[in-house]
Design a protein around this ligand. Structure first.
Ligand code: PLP
Length: 654
């Protein structure tokens, strides 16, 4: 849309528009060049221009879409989590420690888990496994004898025996009883191996849940022992002489807890349960508060799905203070506090950068609007042309008058009416295809002209409802080189919001509204919900594409859950991924490159043999050559394209 006068847009306006100054802290901001700036160590120094980084990576033959993992951010998140608990422990005089674990299900990538183990060593940071395969990862990667290895999920005999034997390796696996029947398997395995595991119990809390995962608590929850089951389990363990190994109480009230009040209720209930377990004779020593520590995706600091009404520090304070109070009142020693925070550790460090391939808009093209000879033009089309011409000279008078938009409203009503007339005339055979196309183009041109007039009005001008929808109707579709099903599946599956914005041109006023359509042939393959200040929005402010210039978009806070939940819809595979580390000189190093899936790899994943596909095509080519339909030269070209495609990524390569 056009704007009159001097354009006063600045990078600060972009930071505010896209919420960078709210959710980006302390890692993401805008620099004076209008590029996204990444400070992977927060305020502690070191910054990378994201656009320069992408250029450098492309120079290394790493095509977009590109998943950039900032290992320094991962480390920084870990430090912040531990620092928050350390502060809370000091502030409340808590006579115990905090010792966290990372839930592997949140991001199982080897480099990610290895990095966490390396960075977390100084706090004896451990892992949480929810399946046998995750247990194998945890067993191999937790080398620190003091780190915890929390074993959750459904457990068969082999899972349990593996955990028991891991204790002999010098590890600290805690087998958490989640289902009442697991206790029998644990007893049987312990008797057979002559060794006991460290045992935990997961309680099904009665406290109310909230948000999307609210049903993770309460009597209907999938996991955990009800109060009667918990008591029975304790008695069964006592009879089997395993009660001395009962060390941990666990609860998990769902991911992305939005409201701190919900957490407090759960903590109080769990604190009392912990005290009761000690009274029943279990030694205990560990209280595991599960995951749920949330991320402020939209920066609004509210108890809404895309946000939280508490900070990391508030969270740590509440955990420490509530548990301390329960134990103090009951005069039992406070436990070591364990949390299984996944989202809060892993969200920030990944940024997905994708390019825009093109842009589609309603047809307002000037070429078709040029009049053909007066005499030939049907009346309906001429009416629309007159409406458009009239719009150029509408006098709106004083814009503060409530009626000042009336002439625009009238013109738009006319345009709608004439367009409908054109459709009726076409249906009845009175209007040709070319004339109908002309009518439609003129209709959209009227819309655009009105939108431009509206954009020039002072911000407080009262604008009628129908005209307010015009900008949305004129919005553009930006074609994105990505698959949301692969790279941001939660945007589709659970309507999750991630911050999305151009990573450059932020010094420029974004004068379009648009949404993104991805590469899949699925109408759900789109990004069409964005964070806003206040309510979220269906269209994002974007820039017009410039010929020959790339337009790069970043999707932020995508490090938790997206990669493994992503699927092969339309056979779009994994994107290129890189691990970046700041270097002391102010630059960066590419620590690891994880290459994108090739077309051959995704075909094989579906049991197609690339060699076989090639052979079939070769035979078809031979037949076509024999029949004189294809030259040998053309056949070779086809083979070459096939060969090259098999070795390339599944995305468009410019
Ligand atoms: C998923 C899960 C977590 C991780 O939750 P976040 O909200 O990502 O911190 C922790 N514990 C258990 C038992 C889980 O199922």
């Amino acid at each position: 849309m056009g704007f009159s006068g001097v354009d006063t847009w600045s990078v600060a306006d972009s930071a505010s528009l896209y919420g960078l100054d709210r959710w980006g802290e302390p890692y993401f901001s805008v620099n004076a060049r209008g590029h996204v700036l990444v400070q992977p160590r927060g305020e502690r120094g070191g910054a990378l221009d994201l656009v320069e980084l992408v250029r450098g990576l492309r120079g290394r033959d790493l095509a977009l879409p590109l998943l950039i993992r900032f290992d320094d951010i991962l480390e920084d998140r870990l430090e912040r989590l531990h620092a928050a608990f350390a502060r809370a422990i000091a502030q409340y005089g808590y006579d115990g420690r905090y010792q966290g674990v990372f839930p592997v299900k949140c991001n199982q990538q080897r480099h990610v888990v290895e990095q966490l183990m390396e960075s977390g060593r100084r706090w004896h940071f451990g892992l949480e496994a929810g399946s046998k395969a995750e247990l194998l990862i945890a067993l191999a990667l937790v080398e620190d004898p003091e780190a915890l290895l929390i074993c959750n999920g459904y457990k068969d005999r082999r899972y349990i025996e593996t955990s028991i034997l891991a204790r002999r390796l010098g590890r600290q696996p805690v087998v958490v009883i989640e289902q009442a029947d697991e206790v029998e398997r644990i007893i049987a395995a312990s008797q057979e191996l002559g060794a006991a595991p460290l045992i935990g119990v997961r309680a099904k809390l009665a406290s109310r849940g909230s948000g999307r995962w609210g049903s993770s608590v309460g009597e209907g929850a999938k996991f955990g022992l009800s109060l009667p089951d918990l008591l029975t389990t304790v008695e069964v363990l006592r009879q089997a002489e395993l009660l001395p190994d009962l060390r941990l109480l666990h609860f998990h009230i769902g991911s992305q807890i939005n409201d701190i009040a919900v957490l407090k209720d759960a903590l109080q209930e769990a604190g009392q349960l912990y005290v009761e377990l000690i009274r029943l004779g279990a030694p205990m020593g560990l209280l595991d508060v599960g995951g749920g520590l949330g991320i402020d995706y939209d920066g609004s600091r509210t108890a809404t799905t895309a946000s939280t009404n508490y900070s990391l520090q508030n969270y740590a304070n509440d955990v420490v203070a509530t548990v301390r109070e329960c134990c103090e009142n009951a005069r039992v020693p406070v436990p070591t506090l364990v949390s299984e925070s996944g989202r809060a550790i892993a969200s920030h460090f990944s940024v997905l950068v994708f390019d825009v391939l093109g842009c589609g808009q309603p047809p307002t093209g000037a070429a078709l609007v040029e009049p053909c000879s007066e005499a030939e033009e049907p009346l309906i089309v001429r009416n629309l042309r007159d409406t458009l011409a009239h719009l150029g000279s509408v006098d709106m008078g004083d814009p503060s008058r409530p009626t000042s938009c009336e002439p625009l409203q009238e013109a738009w009503n006319d345009a709608i009416k004439f367009k409908e007339d054109a459709l009726t005339a076409f249906r009845l055979g009175y209007l040709g295809l070319r004339e109908r196309a002309r009518a439609e183009t003129l209709y959209w041109a009227c819309g655009l002209a009105i939108a431009r007039r509206l954009a020039d009005l002072p911000a407080d001008t009262p604008i009628p409802e129908e005209l307010r929808g015009l900008r949305a109707a004129l919005a553009s579709t930006y074609y994105a080189n990505l698959s949301v099903f692969r790279s941001a599946p939660d945007t589709w599956a659970i309507q999750q919001l991630f911050p999305v914005l151009p990573i450059h041109r932020l010094e420029e006023r974004p004068d379009r509204l648009g949404h993104f359509a991805d590469l899949t042939c699925d109408s759900d393959g789109k990004l069409a919900r964005f964070i806003g200040s206040g309510a979220d929005k269906s269209l994002l402010e974007l820039h017009g594409l410039r010929p020959g210039e790339p337009y790069w978009i970043g999707l932020f806070l995508a490090g938790a859950y997206q990669e493994v939940m992503g699927n092969l819809h339309n056979l779009f595979g994994r994107t290129n991924a890189v691990h970046i580390r700041l270097t002391p000189g102010g630059g960066y190093r590419v620590e690891h490159v994880v290459r994108a899936d090739t077309n051959a790899a995704v075909l094989q994943a579906m049991e197609h043999d690339p060699q076989n596909l090639k052979e079939r095509l070769r035979q078809a080519s031979e037949e076509a050559i024999a029949a004189g339909r294809l030259t040998i030269d053309a056949a070779r070209r086809l083979t070459q394209h096939l060969e090259a495609s098999l070795g390339q990524t599944t995305y468009l390569e410019g």
